[in-house]
Design a protein around this ligand. Structure first.
Ligand code: ARG
Length: 256
């Protein structure tokens, strides 16, 4: 009896190891792959809770659920690779990946080098400060050191306004810098600011001021109008049947 239990346990461990090993190379190991279907490749940066983040070795979040729903609607397998944010953008622009889904703001500048789907979510940049900070709004940011994630619209906002900035590979590192007293504020997308700040157990707050008006869209290679049109068709269908609303609700995302 005991022996059997042990055997079952070691099998379970072996399965977990297999899944972990596969996902270490960024592949979506836990999903069934249908050999009869073509594969849609997607790049993301799973450092952007609640849109995409890691739960153990699994990539989860609203963008991931949305991408899975799109792939299912269009009849594709979906293969997700987790890389740096700027690499995800470049990867979509160069066609290395079919698309990048990563809370990507569709900006005029980016439109010069990549296609975008229709917008699927509205966002803005928010300020995170320590709970005891004297910074109460954007007017207090002058002369301060502000941390952000590299290659993002948050970083661009800071550069455009000539702030002294610290850029990190992830927004969590930017928050760590704030907590360590090395930065005076963090600029990041509003829903992510809320999620990150909630993890700091009261040490930080998100200021009630929107610095920008942005909208997220899926990035594709410039000129890949065929796939862009298919993705738009999927997005419209998933919006119409309530799937998108359900996904946003699952992650406490407020749609306006
Ligand atoms: N919305 C911002 C941008 O497009 C930040 C996106 C960062 N996304 C991520 N998965 N890290 O630049």
């Amino acid at each position: 009896m005991k022996k059997n239990i042990l055997k079952v346990m070691s099998m379970a461990v072996a399965t977990v190891l297999a899944v972990t090993a596969l996902s270490a190379c960024g592949k979506k190991a836990e999903e069934e792959v249908n050999p009869d279907l073509p594969t849609l490749t997607m790049a993301t940066n799973a450092e952007f809770k609640p849109f995409e983040y890691l739960e153990g070795s699994e990539i989860v979040g609203s963008d991931i659920d949305m991408a899975k729903a799109i792939a299912e609607y269009l009849g594709y397998n979906l293969e997700i690779t987790n890389i740096d944010f700027d690499a995800a953008l470049t990867g979509a622009a160069t066609g290395k990946y079919d698309m990048a889904v990563a809370g990507i703001t569709a900006t005029d500048e980016r439109r010069k080098s990549m296609n975008f789907s229709n917008n699927y979510f509205k966002a803005s940049q928010s300020i995170i400060v320590t709970a005891d900070s004297e910074i109460k709004g954007k007017d207090d940011l002058t002369g301060k050191v502000i941390a952000c994630q590299e290659g993002t619209t948050g970083e661009q906002y800071l550069l455009d306004n000539e702030y002294e900035i610290q850029s990190f590979k992830t927004a969590s590192e930017a928050v760590a810098s704030l907590r360590a007293g090395k930065a005076d504020a963090v600029i990041v997308d509003n829903a992510v600011a809320k999620a990150l700040s909630a993890e700091q157990e009261g040490a930080t707050v998100v200021l009630d001021e929107a610095l920008t008006e942005e909208a997220y869209a899926i990035a594709l290679q410039l000129g890949n109008d065929e796939l862009t049109a298919k993705i738009n068709e999927a997005l419209e269908a998933l919006e119409a049947d309530g799937t998108l609303a359900k996904i946003f609700e699952k992650y406490d995302l407020v749609v306006d």
